[in-house]
Design a protein around this ligand. Structure first.
Ligand code: UD1
Ligand code: MG
Length: 421
């Protein structure tokens, strides 16, 4: 029975199998939709959450689950999504969908890349929080029930724009899109997260029979969710598995993007604090998914930490400081070494390495700068494409001026130097 309490059991069961279930699990990630509701020149799945594209969160979770390499369905006229997916360490197989004729059509485009047996799990590139464990649990639920389809559902007081999963308690009878609710389905509170597991052997027959549905643009589209009724018609079981509503959060517009960002920030802050970081005012500290902290780091209020930043032990970041690698132009990470003090009001950019016990003070901007151990740049300074030796001091109002309009000429200042009046 697809109940949340059983999750732990099915996972244990799954991991004790030979061969492990995950090796028999092929994910398909759909990322070819138009993302119309974002009203954006940036493809929806590439909008960042805690500094990492939404799609990156999905692919990372699958890599953690240890599934076979995912198949990612992308739009050929949106090369940025394809480029991002190609560069992912899980080495996805890519398939094109054009035009985007719905989630059912998108899986059809991936068909030739899918195995003949095992479980195919379809995930959406706009649903970033589905965990590795849940993907495995859903596949196990399908497998145990020998169902053709397993739907990942979530109980919501107000399921809003989500499709509704209509069940008889155990079996899923159908999934109804929010726009097509009728009297019988209006009160259903089990929402479709969008994640669905299929018996690979029976999936092609279901895809073959998907009925065209009228689309908003006057065209037609194919809903992946229609596989449920088709499977039942064939006499095959359809079951469901429950997940935490946060895991099923789908991002379709900027309001949902902000909701997801807030949830993720809360998680990242908590994880940092439990690992030994003091966040004086957690709510005003913005972290990135890849921020790395040593022990006893103290972050004062109103600090923004973009991607690519490491803080070693006992670093103090004073209020209103900003750290960011300006990707994609700049990629060199930022390291703040043991016991250094940065801020208040400091801006630390790509490729900056702040040495042990160094001080970087108010209204100081660093870019591609190596600041030696114990060195100080404390007031009103631009220090870019430059190196400062150990224990040197840069006085107030000093700037490095090393860009001639074409090339940047690095400025090197040695150890124990004193600059200023
Ligand atoms: C979909 C589900 C809905 C579910 C919700 C969960 C269908 C018909 N509806 O609605 O039941 O509650 O997700 O968030 O499945 N995509 C393609 N090609 C397409 C269309 C979409 O690759 O032709 C991709 C999109 O990039 C996106 C995902 O599929 O990542 C979902 O598409 P979206 O348009 O956001 O579907 P929803 O309206 O959210
Ligand atoms: Mg969506």
């Amino acid at each position: 029975m697809p109940r949340r309490e059983r999750a732990g059991n099915s996972l244990a069961f799954a991991t004790s199998r030979e061969p492990p279930l995950t090796s028999n699990l092929t994910p398909v990630v759909l990322a070819a939709g138009k993302g119309t509701r974002m009203h954006s020149a940036v493809p929806k799945v590439l909008h960042p959450l805690a500094g990492k594209p939404i799609l990156g969160h999905v692919l990372d979770a699958l890599a953690e689950a240890g599934t076979a390499a995912p198949v990612v369905v992308v739009a050929p006229d949106v090369p940025a999504v394809e480029t991002f997916a190609r560069a992912h360490p899980s080495a996805p197989t890519l398939r094109h969908q054009a035009p985007p004729l719905g989630t059912g059509d998108a899986v059809t485009r991936a068909r030739d890349a899918l195995p003949a047996t095992g479980t195919v799990v379809v995930l959406f590139g706009d649903t970033p929080f589905v965990s590795a464990a849940t993907v495995v649990e859903l596949a196990a639920t399908r497998d145990e029930a020998d169902a053709a389809v397993a739907v990942l559902g979530m109980k919501l007081a107000d399921p809003g724009g989500y499709g509704r999963v209509v069940t008889d308690g155990v079996e899923v009878l159908r999934v109804v899109e929010a726009a097509q609710l009728d009297e019988a389905t209006a009160d259903v509170t089990l929402a479709n997260s969008g994640v669905m597991a299929f018996d690979a052997a029976r999936l092609p027959a279901l895809l073959d029979r998907l009925p065209p549905r009228p689309a908003r643009d006057g065209n037609h589209e194919f809903y992946l969710t229609d596989t449920v009724e088709l499977a039942r018609t064939a006499g095959w079981r359809c079951v469901w598995h429950g997940c935490d509503p946060v895991e099923g959060l789908g991002i379709n517009d900027r309001a949902q993007l902000a909701e997801a960002e807030a949830l993720l920030q809360q998680r990242l802050r908590r994880r940092a604090m439990l690992a030994g970081v003091t966040l004086v005012d957690p709510a005003s500290c913005y972290l990135s998914a890849d921020t790395r902290f040593g022990q006893d780091v103290v972050i004062e209020p109103h600090v923004v930490i973009g991607p690519g930043v490491t803080f070693e032990d006992a670093v103090r970041v004073r209020a209103f400081s900003h750290f960011a690698v300006d990707a994609p132009k700049e990629t060199r990470p930022i390291v703040v070494r043991r016991g250094a003090v940065v801020g208040p009001f400091a801006r630390v950019r790509s490729g900056s390495d702040i040495g042990n016990g160094a001080h970087v003070g108010n209204f100081v901007e660093l870019k591609n700068a190596d600041v030696g151990n114990g060195a100080k740049i404390n007031h009103l300074t631009y220090f870019g494409d430059a190196g400062l030796g150990p224990r040197s001091n840069v006085g107030a109002g000093t700037i490095t001026c090393n860009y001639d309009g074409i090339a940047k000429h690095r400025t090197e200042i040695g150890a124990d130097v004193f600059i200023g009046s």
